[in-house]
Design a protein around this ligand. Sequence first.
Ligand code: ADP
Ligand code: MG
Length: 664
Amino acid sequence: MDDNFNFPYENTEDPSWATLFEMAEHFEEPEAVSVYDAVDFPESSAENERKYETPEAALKGLFGYDSFRPGQKAVIDSILAGRDTLAVMPTGAGKSLCYQVPAVLLPGVTLVISPLISLMQDQVQALDEAGVSAAFINSSLSESTFSQTVRKAKQGFYKILYVAPERLLTERFLELTKSVSISMVTVDEAHCVSQWGQDFRPSYMKIVEFVRLLGKRPIISAFTATATEAVREDIVCTLGLLNPYTLVSGFDRENLFFQVERPADKDRYVLDYIAEHAGESGIIYCATRKNVDNLFALLKGRGISVARYHAGMEAAERKRMQEDFVFDYKSIVVATNAFGMGIDKSNVRFVIHYNMPQSMENYYQEAGRAGRDGLEAKCILLFSPKDMVINRFLLDHKEMPEMDAADRETVRERDTQRLRLMERYCYTTECLRNYILKYFGEHPEKPCEDCGNCLREFETLDMTDAAKKILNCVYEAKGRYGKTIIIDTVSGAKTARLEETGTVNYRSYGTLASVSKNLLRRLVEQLLLQGYLTLGAYQVLKLGDIEALQNPETRVLVKITDEDKHPERRPKAKKEKKAKGSESLTAAGYRLFAELKKLRLEIAREEGIPPYIVFNDKTLIDMAAKTPASRQEMLDVSGVGEQKYRKYGKRFLSLIEKCAKEDF
Ligand code: ADP
Ligand code: MG
């Protein structure tokens, strides 16, 4: 890099989320180099402009998809009609296509403002593969690559230019905007403009000023997965959207299976799960770096193909680990929440949370990295009450610079509330999918019949009498002790700790000796959920509002599972999952699928790109089922567009032909 030209890091002005969410590293990958801005100038982008006249044609030709997903077409039409547009769609719904397709059809260039370097690289790479000329401008570029990108942009070479928000008001970028025709400004991850979102980034506030400085006001489109009303209003106001068309699409991800487990031994659970799902690609999220290191060592020691990722590692090692996972050299990655932003790996079959995350927003985003190819995938949260302690600690130590005391207090309150709702997800016995959808403002009508809770057989116990005994014990303890001591006391445990605290002398001591401790824990959780008990500082139990219990009609009902009675047994699902994905192939089809995957890996390694960028699993499965024998038949396979056909079509066709001859 030229010494005279010193790019600041992208995140210098940005506070809070860096520390707690360990995301800072994504803004500072100075070693990242773009390979897409090749020195020679390949064919002109004008070709694309002429080629596609309708969104459908562009969708098929560039990306190889036959139909739009729900919501996409409406957003694209609104943009093409010249209207400002706000789209709220869940992670994985396909927001990128909603601005990429119009960008190709509109004259001039589309600027995409995006907060994360890794995200930009991934997108530009995918666009490059699809045959759309795109580039990015951020702090990872060397001076010479930067100049070259600017030069090509001025020549009208790009249809899409990704830019970090910090770059917008720099002199050189503003100069560039004078000599290109900007049709649209797209703001990705638009919730970053909102103080009430969890990823507030002050640099996003510059966007509206930037737009004002442009000669002609372009169309503005904004995209986010965060759906709360407050955040949505902030986006419209802060970005200055004019009478925007707003689309909020369904948050349901039908192919994801949600499950909450409370295993006594999380390590054992993870090992068993991996053994039962050998070869599947998965992410295991842990709350702390230490957990990541421990679990990684454990899995590696068992000979499991595993990578590791957290912000405490050297940048080079992190990068290598990420690539090992993305390129399918390693099937599993154990990581903190620093991992995954902008990684669009489509064939992730499971996301296990080793610890409970801090909010449903975090959880749904992280879990949502499973099954992006639309095939079935599992999202399993392993909960233990200790997770609450870890998260409270993290929230108490969250740094919030650049905020005044009142703002800080509000943010803290919101964080605590979010954490509480996250905890409730772990305890609920209702449909998990509905819990999530309700959280994001939807009104599902009936249970999904396809999540861990819906498929679990619960038995309902009336534990009103036991509840009263626990409340008596809490009363006697006068808010001094936590769950463990209270439960031990009513169970009549004989421990030194109880002697020391004197709870052995309580009237409630031993009154519930016949009830299993596991059941008592369930009951205490239930009492907390219903507000009969509350938690004070240091997790001590206090009496809540118990008035309703004065009424003899009031019952305390606890739903329990077989596991609660026999914690050593593994849970059984009521019905077998329906087969989808590769299970739908015939035996011969499956063998062909395996061969196609080998070829994909070969190509990916030759080109130094992730396998799913060549073709994703869904495409290969479709190919194995359809066994195309001609160009036209190959183009009928979902996910095969013109550009990809030109690049890889022949090799896959001849492999399919060869396999057919060998009478697979
Ligand atoms: P988001 O930004 O909403 O989280 P992405 O734009 O990254 O999601 O898209 C997720 C995945 O869905 C990508 O692999 C993309 O290629 C795929 N996808 C998007 N639209 C379609 C479509 N109409 N048909 C099939 N796959 C699609
Ligand atoms: Mg996106």
